[in-house]
Design a protein around this ligand. Structure first.
Ligand SMILES: *[C@@H]1O[C@H](CO)[C@@H](O)[C@H](O)[C@H]1NC(C)=O
Ligand SMILES: *[C@@H]1O[C@H](CO)[C@@H](O)[C@H](O)[C@H]1NC(C)=O
Ligand SMILES: *[C@@H]1O[C@H](CO)[C@@H](O)[C@H](O)[C@H]1NC(C)=O
Length: 298
């Protein structure tokens, strides 16, 4: 009996450590709904709708190594990895580091904004700690599996993505969480949202299902890759190849307009507004270095 009581106390203790991360959007209920960038007369409330950065990109990487293997930082086998969720304004311009009071990036890039503002490197507790403070070890585990940095710890990349891009998406403004805002709530909520949208696009499986698998002996055409993704998403994502002749596939961006909030609203997949940097033929989708990958459970 005593042990049951103790167990009960322990369970409630663990429970008490979970904090909710959702914004306060009660006032949005009953307002007209509309996709971002599609009707600026209707869409005005920046907590209810994505007003700033309404063209939203879900970006994924295909890297063959991490440069941080010695720290156990490996890529997820059978999956692309997360780059982030990038808000672009409806006119194609984009902001960065939009709220310097929420600057958690230890290595700001760029370190000076086009308007001359210098971004001070962050030296406080890591965003990893923010996630832990909200009791979200599940989210942390997922991010450590799929959101992988190159040559530096994952949490630096996550912090960079939030501070450079997350602060430019209106539905993550601190005001949207009032009056019960708990510090860093929107950071954790942003990370959850990035994961949610990433999960909409299992790029590795979509390509593999169309016969396009990583190979160090066979190349693909751009049309093969584009057609495979179009057949499952109904849109043409941006295909990024970074070598000079555009023959090494490394990144994909899926474009959207969003109805409601980024957190819970509907993402409508759209064609890329920017041309692919991949050549038309001879594209390498390289196999990863075997020691740079780890098996994962989806
Ligand atoms: C924008 O919304 C307003 C109000 O709901 C509506 O009257 C108008 O037709 C819409 N415009 C477009 C282009 O959808
Ligand atoms: C430059 O941009 C930053 C970030 O958006 C902003 O905080 C700052 O006020 C701007 N500075 C000037 C001089 O416009
Ligand atoms: C495939 O080629 C890439 C690029 O040269 C290399 O990094 C990777 O280790 C190779 N993978 C295998 C399994 O040989």
């Amino acid at each position: 009996m005593l042990s049951l009581v103790i167990l009960g106390a322990l369970v409630s203790l663990v429970h008490a450590k979970f904090y909710s991360t959702y914004p306060n959007i009660e006032t949005c209920v009953g307002l007209p709904v509309q996709y971002s960038c599609e009707n600026t007369t209707v869409v005005k409330d920046s907590c209810c709708n994505v007003v700033q950065g309404g063209l939203v990109l879900q970006a994924q990487y295909w890297d063959t190594y991490t440069g941080f293997e010695s720290h156990g930082q490996l890529l997820p086998k059978g999956s692309w990895s997360i780059h982030g969720l990038l808000p672009v304004n409806c006119d194609g311009t984009f902001g960065q580091y939009c709220d310097l009071s929420r600057q958690y990036d230890p290595k700001p890039s760029p370190s000076t904004l086009p308007n001359g503002t210098v971004i001070t490197p962050y030296k406080g507790p890591s965003v990893r700690k923010f996630i832990q403070e909200f009791g979200r070890s599940d989210l942390l585990h997922y991010m450590d599996t799929f959101w992988i940095n190159q040559g530096a710890p994952n949490e630096e990349f996550w912090a960079h993505e939030f501070s450079k891009h997350g602060t430019c998406a209106s539905t993550f403004d601190v005001a949207c969480y009032e009056p019960r805002y708990k510090e860093h709530q929107e950071v954790v909520n942003f990370f959850e949202t990035v994961v949610k949208v990433f999960q909409m696009y299992p790029t590795y499986d979509m390509l593999a299902a169309a016969g396009i698998v990583p190979s160090n002996t066979t190349t693909y055409t751009r049309a093969q890759i584009a057609n495979a993704l179009y057949s499952q998403t109904g849109a043409d994502p941006w295909l990024g190849c970074y070598d000079t002749d555009g023959t090494v596939l490394e990144e994909i961006w899926y474009f959207h307009h969003v109805l409601g909030t980024e957190q819970y609203g509907h993402f409508k997949t759209l064609d890329s507004i920017t041309p692919a940097t991949c050549a038309e033929t001879g594209i390498w989708y390289y196999e990863r270095t075997p020691t740079s990958e780890k098996a994962i459970s989806h």
